[in-house]
Design a protein around this ligand. Structure first.
Ligand SMILES: [Zn+2]
Length: 493
């Protein structure tokens, strides 16, 4: 048995001014053939799970194509077309395959195809014909489309956010594939789409409000006719028709039963809608909490959520901390020009900088401040532990650590970087324990790393292209109605 492996992973923020290009993928991951095995085989990632699951069953894994870019804006039309062509070419040259394991993100948008995942999965289906099993994984932030469901035999979604079960879900998909090819099961997949968009600050699966839903899903799995089920939390920052939440149920040989069970989960999700609506803390409220606390606090900068595709140079929180002299505090800002200025000055030198707020007009004004350069480093680090996103090797480019006289330590990077690993700090000689406030540009994902050192997390309703309050985003293309954007929304099956 030979099973092909394909991954095309991008979370596209259509509100970002930036465009994602082939180069964005090259900078992160763009591979064909065997090198995919060495890059991802051991990673806490669904593709690592594909390899492990097939190995465990004694089945040959045939790595074909893997592309990943950091979350950012919509993918340019031509660049997406090139990715797709490269992918399909690897399938044409693969020889006889018994099935293909796929890893779409599920919230990928190209200029030409708003449902880019649905599009490439349908193109893949057209290429290999209706009989070959296509089974895969999705990020919990996928905006599921009927085309994705129609193009695949089974899709398995991460059950955790922060995403710590990516490898396990990849193994689950591999197991379903092996059983399908051996004729032991016949997966029938159904989906349901409640009229609901879950606020990003209510999407942490470790918090109690979501547990009844995941418990209900787990209980369904007690029935041996149910092969798999999934909950899709959705990605609010893609203004596309399929934006919002969904559920998937896969039953053995019985589509109607799968649909009945999917409807049950969707109705439960809908009944929880008021609990899945955002509860927002302003910058002022968050800083007041910090003033009156002796705990080490992580402020989650929801408006500049790099893992959701934002600019990574938002200044609203660091400027407020600086003005109120609330240090010792830490923040990381993408600003290649400021890094260059620090490198030109050298360690120990004082200089005046305008930091951040340069990518677009959504993330605040540059912070005009005098700093002392403390340290310069190459910005490469390795994370051995399971962390959100399953990334092991990180490279944020040349990096400068500098400090203001208000006790603010700033890490300035030459590449945008997601705050998914404490090695980002340790690797540059920064001990996070010296701070009372650490700013992490994310909502849920950073928690997996930052709980090592922080006593408490406060999600802050900052401005930016990942603004948590969906009512402040201008949507043109999303499905309607969606609660809470349409308070009068109704849902019935
Ligand atoms: Zn995600």
């Amino acid at each position: 048995m030979r099973i092909g492996l394909i991954a095309l992973l991008h979370e596209s923020n259509t509100f970002s001014f930036q465009r994602t290009t082939l180069e964005s993928f090259r900078q992160n991951l763009l591979l064909t053939g065997e090198p995919i095995r060495s890059a991802l085989g051991q990673a806490h990632h669904e593709v690592g799970g594909f390899f492990a699951g097939l190995d465990a069953a004694g089945v040959e894994a045939v790595p074909l194509f893997a592309a990943r870019a950091l979350p950012s804006g919509t993918i340019l039309a031509d660049d997406y077309a090139q990715l797709l062509e490269r992918m399909l070419n690897t399938v044409r040259q693969a020889g006889a395959l018994d099935g293909i394991l796929v890893a779409p993100h599920g919230a990928t948008v190209s200029e030409q195809f708003p449902d880019a995942d649905g599009h490439w999965l349908a193109e893949l289906r057209r290429e290999v014909g209706p009989a070959l099993p296509i089974i895969g994984t999705l990020d919990a932030h996928a905006n599921l489309s009927p085309l994705m469901v129609d193009s695949c035999n089974a899709l398995v979604v991460y059950r955790t956010n922060p995403h710590l079960d990516q490898r396990a879900r990849g193994m689950e998909a591999a197991r379903l594939m092996v059983q399908t090819v051996r004729g032991e099961i016949s997966p029938e997949m159904a989906a349901a789409f409640p009229s609901l968009a879950i606020s990003i600050d209510r999407q942490c699966t470790e918090e109690p409000h979501l547990s009844p839903l995941y418990q209900a899903a787990d209980e369904q799995l007690q029935d041996s006719r149910i092969l798999s089920n999934s909950i899709l939390l959705g990605f609010p920052y893609a203004d596309v028709a399929e934006m919002g939440s969904a559920v998937i149920v896969i039953a053995d040989g019985d589509k109607a039963f799968a649909q009945e069970k999917a409807n049950q989960l969707a109705e439960m999700m809908w009944s929880m809608r008021h609990d899945l609506d955002g509860k927002f803390t302003s910058v002022e409220e968050a800083l007041e909490e910090c003033v009156h606390s002796s705990e080490r606090i992580c402020l989650l900068d929801m408006g500049d959520n790099v893992g959701g595709g934002s600019a990574a140079d938002g200044t609203e929180l660091i400027a407020a901390i600086h003005q109120r002299r609330l240090g010792p505090a830490f923040g990381c800002i993408y600003d290649p020009a400021a890094v260059q200025a620090c490198e030109a000055a050298g360690p120990g030198k004082k200089l005046q900088l305008k930091i951040g707020g340069k990518t677009d007009s959504l993330h605040g004004e540059p912070l005009d401040v005098e700093v002392v350069v403390e340290l310069l480093c190459d910005g490469k680090f390795t994370e051995p532990q399971p962390r959100h996103g399953g990334i092991t090797e990180f490279d944020q480019g040349r990096t400068a650590i500098c400090r203001t006289d208000t006790g603010l330590t700033l890490m300035l990077t030459s590449q945008r970087m997601v705050p998914f690993s404490m090695q980002q700090l340790y690797g540059c000689g920064v001990d996070p324990h010296q701070f009372r406030i650490l700013v992490a540009k994310g909502v849920n994902a950073p928690i997996a790393a930052y709980r090592e050192v922080c006593d408490r997390f406060i999600r802050v309703n900052t401005i930016g292209s990942t603004c948590a309050d969906m009512s402040r985003l201008y949507y043109e293309h999303r499905r309607r109605p969606l609660f809470p954007l349409e308070q009068e929304a109704e849902y019935s099956i």
